[in-house]
Design a protein around this ligand. Structure first.
Ligand code: ZN
Length: 334
């Protein structure tokens, strides 16, 4: 039997982004000669998320010149709430912005932070997070394959659409982005904004990419931060798959159909609608694994986190912050 993630590629409305670290669905391995591949998440404008397989992307490591450029990059505080050792540090890097477009980069970075920081539970800690913008200067303006395939631009982080042939999958060189992000005083999460107005983004183990000039792309970053900051599993699934493993480590999926993993929340109403229970399907698998609610942000981009996701995110963000009362700039005794 063959099951191909590439079925999704034919969907007219497909938009794509990815999270490289998640497991492949059972039964999804291709038969035949194996070329290196990786799984990516595909985000559609209607909020649904699917999973696609693409050829493994070669990512250029930073050259000595890149490292020198990174070391010389200006770091600007979009928001400085206190010392990095007692704050959550969000770092924003840009790609496809030339030296004369640093003002536009700042505007795009600010708009992404505004969107993230008004989403629960980020909103609770809004005043207690440091947001650093690294002024990554590119030689040319814009990103590769925008608006169409075959357009190449010389940019600092090699960002481009049509990653693995998926139009809205916006890839970059993760090591280069990390080299620039490391210039900030602290790094707890990285968002890379690209100079484009076209909807798209991608998830990497250490960062999320988003279209800087597209007002709907910020949700992609918020979902990916659910993985990278909150340690949350996806809550969508690939049809006709059965979970093969033991109890997963992520807080928002379980093999227990009674949902005892989140027993204290069972029956409580959740911001994404309905009540916390145990709904079959999650972590890419349709059967044999359960999620806490019908349709949270880890399943649909236009929904909020459910109570379990909120608690995990709250704990993860809050654990980096000390010496201040959440939601205020009031100092508390250490
Ligand atoms: Zn995901």
């Amino acid at each position: 039997m063959r099951r191909r993630g590439s079925n999704f590629l034919t969907a007219a409305m497909l938009c794509a982004a990815g999270f490289a670290a998640a497991p492949a669905p059972a039964g999804a391995a291709d038969a035949g000669p194996s070329k290196p591949t990786e799984w990516r998440e595909a985000f559609s404008p209607d909020g649904t998320i699917t999973r696609v397989k693409i050829p493994r992307q070669a990512e250029a490591a930073p050259s000595r010149t890149d490292e020198q450029a990174a070391a010389a990059a200006d770091v600007i505080p979009i928001q400085n709430s206190g010392p990095s050792d007692s704050r959550f540090d969000m770092v924003i890097v840009g790609d496809g912005y030339t030296a004369s477009e640093m003002g536009l980069l700042r505007q795009h970075a600010q708009s992404k932070w505004d969107e993230i920081s008004t989403t629960a539970p980020w909103d609770k800690y809004r005043q207690n997070i440091n947001v650093w913008l690294v002024n990554v200067v590119s030689n040319q303006s814009g990103v590769d394959n925008d608006p169409t395939e075959g357009v190449n631009r010389d940019t600092a982080l090699d960002m481009g659409f049509f990653c693995g042939g998926i139009e809205r999958l916006l890839c970059l060189s993760e090591p280069k982005a990390q080299a620039y992000a490391a210039q900030a005083p602290g790094v707890d999460a990285i968002v890379a904004v690209g100079h484009t107005t076209k909807y798209g983004g991608a998830g990497y183990p250490s960062l999320a990419t988003v279209a800087g000039g597209n007002e709907h792309s910020g949700r992609i970053a918020i979902h990916e931060l659910g993985h990278s900051v909150g340690g949350l599993a996806d809550e969508y699934f690939t049809p006709d798959t059965t979970y093969p493993g033991g109890e997963p480590g992520e807080p928002n999926v379980t093999t227990d159909p009674s949902g005892s993993k989140w027993a204290s929340y069972l029956g409580q109403s959740t911001p994404d609608g309905g009540a916390i229970g145990a709904h079959e399907g999650g972590s890419q698998y349709e059967r044999g694994i359960y999620r806490p609610s019908q349709d949270s942000l880890m399943r649909s981009l236009d929904k909020p986190f459910n109570l379990i996701g909120l608690a995990a995110m709250d704990q993860a963000i809050g654990s980096k912050i000390s010496g201040v009362a959440p939601g205020t700039s009031e100092q508390t005794p250490r």
